[in-house]
Ligand binder design. Structure first.
Ligand code: FAD
Length: 452
């Protein structure tokens, strides 16, 4: 079968790798100049570090399974633990499920909540769950608004760059929803089996290694190939794209295929499917996106001796605290390979992130300004006074889809609208989870649908 894959993020690459490996003739078309999408590495102070996704969930099989299949060395974060910067101090992160408390004593001891907030949280209100509530509303109804504001918000701010009261519990927190449907979350928490496996996995040298390994698969790649149309031609498809190369734009190019995998974000997918599957396009057009920026900072080791000793892997920041950044990851403390590579250059790396859905105007600032905001918050949070020796600002416009209440049903409607077009499949972050592992899972399912 001749197959065109549109989009060279981890979704498209996974589908192309698998289908090419099965002997199909695969052409992957990527609109930008490089493969990887939201997985990207850049050199900061002499070290290639991730400036997009930096980890994948370890407790589901797709990501680590693919890495093992590709012969990549999976590594896990160190035992350094994350903090919450709230109520004027860095506080330990209590045991939670996406912010919903699982340990009352730990919650109180953490000091994340005010005494009144903690008291309300311990008096969990158990009530039936109706429909598809937002994660924030579900948790606030059980444990009070403060738990949503100070715990759920920073968690979802990191994963979705979203707002807790606008993100579907069914799509983003099915395990939490299942607990809530069975009764008291706090009471069940004590009996939850302890999973000894690390929560996250990464790759020695960064997640960018996954892109490089996938790209070495048995398929043809064109970068600078912005796909414009996917149209039905007889039993198959005609795909056209605008090509750009180092010499500049070239006239539209076209090819035919027996099957097409559309692995682009919701908005371009909606444009590509407008004629082929108009109902799917309409659903995808309604998916909102959040923009964010990741700021990587490298400091001379000699300038930050105290920070170098930290046992924290970084911290999250609830929006209610009114800070500029929403999180900081002390990459040198979280990843052994980042610490070692930095030490060889006499530096340590950390990163901050800014931007939640609806905060686009806050990102309309110069790179220098975003760095300055990061440094101002770091100074207050951890007393970091030194100036960085190198910085990198990566903007991710519309980087993360927002799974609003009703998302699971929306995705079912998209799939129902795509299914009648034989040879057409979709995959990527818009559907069954935004994380790298979930996207890999959606790509593997799409590939299996085409070539069972
Ligand atoms: C800043 C940031 C940090 C993240 N951190 C993590 C993390 O630590 N762990 C985790 O699990 N997840 C993380 N995520 C989420 C995860 O990285 C993404 O959801 C996932 O990588 C998306 O993969 P994808 O293939 O669906 O889409 P993308 O990576 O968006 O790839 C889609 C590709 O399609 C191309 N394209 C678009 N339109 C066209 C067209 N018309 N023609 C041809 N090509 C086109 C784009 O250029 C892009 O390369 C993060 C996301 C962001 C933004």
């Amino acid at each position: 079968m001749r197959i065109v894959v549109v989009g060279g993020g981890v979704g498209g690459l996974t589908a192309a790798h698998r289908l090419g490996g099965e002997g199909h003739e695969v052409l992957l078309l990527e609109g930008s100049a490089e493969l990887g999408g939201k997985i990207r590495r850049r050199r900061v102070a002499g070290v290639e570090v991730d400036v997009g996704a930096e980890a994948m969930v370890n407790r589901r099989p797709e990501g680590v399974g693919l890495a093992a299949h590709l012969g990549l060395d999976v590594v896990h974060p160190t035992t350094a633990s994350s903090r919450i910067w709230t109520r004027g101090a860095l506080r330990p992160l209590p045991r939670t499920l996406l912010g919903a408390p699982l340990d009352g004593d730990g919650l109180v001891a953490s000091g994340v909540l005010s005494p009144e907030g903690a008291q309300r949280a311990l008096a969990e209100v158990v009530a039936p769950v109706e429909g598809d509530p937002s994660v924030g509303d579900l948790v606030a109804a059980r444990f009070g608004d403060e738990v949503t504001d100070r715990l759920v918000e920073p968690m979802l701010g990191g994963v979705y760059a979203g707002r807790a009261r606008e993100i579907s519990a069914r799509a983003a927190a099915p395990a939490l929803l299942a607990l809530a449907e069975r009764g008291s979350i706090l009471q069940q928490a004590a009996a939850l089996p302890v999973d000894a496996r690390p929560v996250f996995a990464g790759l020695e040298g960064g997640m960018g290694g996954l892109v490089a390994a996938l790209a070495a698969g048995a398929f043809e790649v064109r970068t600078g190939a912005q796909v414009r149309t996917v149209a039905r031609r007889g039993e198959g498809f005609e795909v056209t794209w605008a090509a750009t190369s180092e010499e500049g734009p070239r006239p539209h190019e076209r090819t035919t295929a027996d099957a097409v995998v559309v692995a682009t974000p919701a908005a371009p997918t909606a444009r590509l499917l407008a004629d082929l599957a108009p109902d799917a396009a309409a659903e995808l057009r309604a998916v909102d996106h959040a923009s964010m920026a990741v700021i990587t900072l490298a400091f001379a080791l000699d300038d930050v001796p105290r920070l170098a000793e930290t046992d924290a892997s970084g911290f999250l920041v609830p929006p209610v605290d009114g800070r500029r950044i929403k999180a900081s990851t002390f990459s040198f403390a979280k990843w052994g390979w980042v610490r070692a590579a930095g030490a060889a250059e006499g530096v340590l790396h950390l990163r901050t992130s800014l931007g939640r859905v609806g905060e686009e105007t806050a990102l309309q600032a110069s790179d220098d300004e975003l760095v300055a905001r990061s440094l101002a918050d770091l100074r207050e949070a951890v007393g970091l006074e030194a100036a960085p020796v190198d910085t990198h600002v990566q903007r991710w416009g519309g980087g993360l889809p927002q799974y609003r209440p009703g998302h699971v049903d929306r995705v079912a409607r998209v799939r129902a609208a795509v299914a009648p077009v034989p040879g057409l499949v979709v995959c990527g972050a818009a559907y069954d989870g935004v994380g790298v592992a979930a996207v890999i899972g959606s790509a593997e399912r799409a590939a299996a649908e085409l070539a069972p």
